[in-house]
Design a binder for this molecule. Sequence first.
Ligand code: B12
Ligand code: SF4
Length: 449
Amino acid sequence: MEHIKFLLINPTSPVWRVQGGERPRQSRLFRFSMLPSLYVAASMPPYVETKIIDEEVEPIDFDMDADLIGITFMTYNAPRAYEIADKFRGEKGKPVIFGGYHPTFMPEEAIQHAEAVCIGEAEGNVPRMMEDFTAGKLKQFYSSEPVELTGLPKPDYTLIRKQEYAPVDTLQATRGCNYQCSFCSVSAFHHHHFRVRPVAEVIDELRSLGRYVLFMDDNIIGNREYAKQLFAEMIPLRKRWFSQCGLGIADDEELLHLASSSGCQGLFIGFESLSDEELRSWKKRTNLGKNYLAIIRKLHAAGIAVCAAFMFGGDNDTPDVFERALEFLLEANVETIQTTRLTPFPGTPLFAELDRQGRIFDKNWSHYDFNNVVFEPLHMSRAILDKGVAWVLREFHTRNRVARRVWKSLQYLDPGLVLGGVLPLNLGWRQKLTADGSFQRGTVEEKHG
Ligand code: B12
Ligand code: SF4
């Protein structure tokens, strides 16, 4: 079999990109995973040599020796992905293949800029794509159902410059989620299926990784019995780990205890809204009727830091939502937040519904980064939504509040985690929000104006 040089590009916007040797002022703590590219590389047949270029870390050399160009992208990066693809195809005469969230949901748009589009996971499509490519018979679309996770190859970390990324090793134990929240790209991508890897394979991979690991799962407790078995078998490995999961972790004492004993130090949790009406409208049923404060206290008592995600701008939100959310976040003393403007990503039921109602006024995909308002909210102006979110971010990250948060967290979290993780992340956010103008946008007068 002939030898194929495959160049796999992770494109990004000018905000995040290395340009002319200049690096954006961004902490490496905000740069993690690369699992999409690493898994694509791992699914390649042995005759393919893959080189990964991450535009956040190094610029693309358009003259690099390559037989095939691959580009991985989410919606936000689609314009840049198309620009790169057009250049490789037009000026350099190189064939291009696409994969990732955006091409999966918008294959007809994507194929205008590529020879082939992978719809869904690389593992289910790449072997056929490469077979056809070598035979000179590449088709336009390759589509597969969610793949079986047994025997998933281990990502090869030597393909990326590890020192440029957050100092945690990443892996997945599970993929997807059974729930069907209307705004969620992840659930739509995985056809609302939750799949697990055999515990023994996850444990084996963990043994080869460092002490700090991040499970890049969508809901690591999606199957509680599986999660309990995994956490129990992780205890002897003495890892320190982070992941993402639903609120259900606090309902189950045994599960929470096992998570904590196996080294769980932080969880990203989608609370999304304080209003049950809003949650219902988004079909986020798992959160209905839950006492968020009590849940966060339980997690803190178990030594687990919380990154709370909230979305603003839903059809039940009025302009007072920002103050109420901030008050809650401060009272709960969550360690970090991800507060976003509701964003209808293509492929989600939310996008279909708002589009049907004619309320999506901006389809410039480079604005789909949670930092812009791209649809018409119902009970507030676009400007109020934009500034309200900036205001929450700004008020949450004032110097005094960061100091108070860190001080309080020291009462229940491991001091190493607070000083080595919570504090740098809060300071990193301050720097990032100052640099991208969010602090300025979030002044109190403007929010009410
Ligand atoms: C880690 C992560 C990040 C990291 C790093 C991303 C990276 N380059 O690795 C950081 C923190 C930088 C990040 C930032 C952002 N992210 Co992000 N991120 C994620 C997260 C949580 C995990 C990604 C991951 O590792 N997945 C695991 C891999 C194995 O799965 P995968 O990506 O689907 O890849 C498979 C297939 O898609 C396919 N495939 C992928 N690429 C290719 C390419 C080819 C050629 C082929 C053949 C196949 C193929 O094969 C892979 C293996 O099966 C996802 C959520 C998720 N569950 O995916 C959000 C997610 C991708 N992010 C999202 C967003 C919106 C953003 C931001 C715009 C938001 C923001 N302001 O923070 C920024 C933009 C950053 C940028 N620089 O461009 C959205 C995208 C929604 C959409 N439909 O576009 C997601 C889905 C989360 C969400 N809220 O819904 N993100
Ligand atoms: S629970 Fe989370 S991952 Fe699952 S569908 Fe809802 S938002 Fe998506």
